[in-house]
Design a protein around this ligand. Structure first.
Ligand SMILES: CC(C)(COP(=O)(O)OP(=O)(O)OC[C@H]1O[C@@H](n2cnc3c(N)ncnc32)[C@H](O)[C@@H]1OP(=O)(O)O)[C@@H](O)C(=O)NCCC(=O)NCCS
Length: 162
């Protein structure tokens, strides 16, 4: 792939909800997410509300979302949630931008931003084993397949000096 596109991550705001809703209601995007079906409006509203809640970052379940922009255009979302095992990350790219290195650039940014926000580098992602693009992206960036949990592969960021 050529030079990765320059991406900025900024805190997700209420005004970004329509962009998120466009992705969450698109079956190409949700294919490997949850039960694989597009989200209905109620689910979208509930998730957006939870994401904007700004619970204290040391509480299990606290989440922060980030809007990824290329120049001034929204191209994807990075989500993060504190779990008992560490900080779970997820990333969605708008389908018209797939295959250009956007997700890779988003995760590169997340690897800087998310440890700063949560004061933790214990990041992990859960990936449908059929989502080979996502698995490749993570392993190329220092994540290692750890275990299969409830049908999803868990990839954990390997500490730099281990
Ligand atoms: C998975 C997803 C995030 C990938 O986004 P993307 O911007 O197209 O990904 P990239 O272009 O950055 O490509 C990621 C890697 O896969 C490779 N790749 C991209 N398309 C590919 C394809 N069709 N076949 C094989 N490899 C491919 C790229 O070369 C790149 O490798 P690199 O990181 O080693 O350079 C995007 O398809 C998406 O949003 N899917 C729906 C939501 C989702 O499944 N999120 C992940 C949940 S864990």
């Amino acid at each position: 792939m050529q030079q990765p596109p320059p991406i900025t991550l900024q805190p997700f705001q209420e005004s970004d909800a329509a962009f998120f809703a466009g992705m969450a209601s698109d079956e190409r995007v949700t294919r490997f997410v949850g039960d694989g079906r597009p989200w209905d409006q109620q689910t979208i509203n509930d998730r957006v509300r939870a994401a904007l809640q700004e619970d204290a970052l040391d509480l299990a379940g606290a989440s922060r979302w980030f809007l990824a922009k290329e120049a001034d255009e929204p191209v994807g979302i990075v989500v993060s949630t504190r779990k008992d095992e560490g900080i779970e990350i997820g990333y969605w790219v708008s389908p018209e931008h797939w295959g250009r290195g956007i997700a890779g650039a988003m995760v590169d940014g997340a690897l800087t931003t998310i440890p700063e926000v949560y004061k933790s580098r214990e990041l992990f992602a859960r990936v449908d084993p059929a989502n080979t693009v996502s698995a490749k992206l993570l392993t190329r960036r220092g994540f290692q397949l750890e275990v299969n949990q409830c049908g999803l592969d868990r990839y954990t960021l390997v500490p730099v000096n281990s």
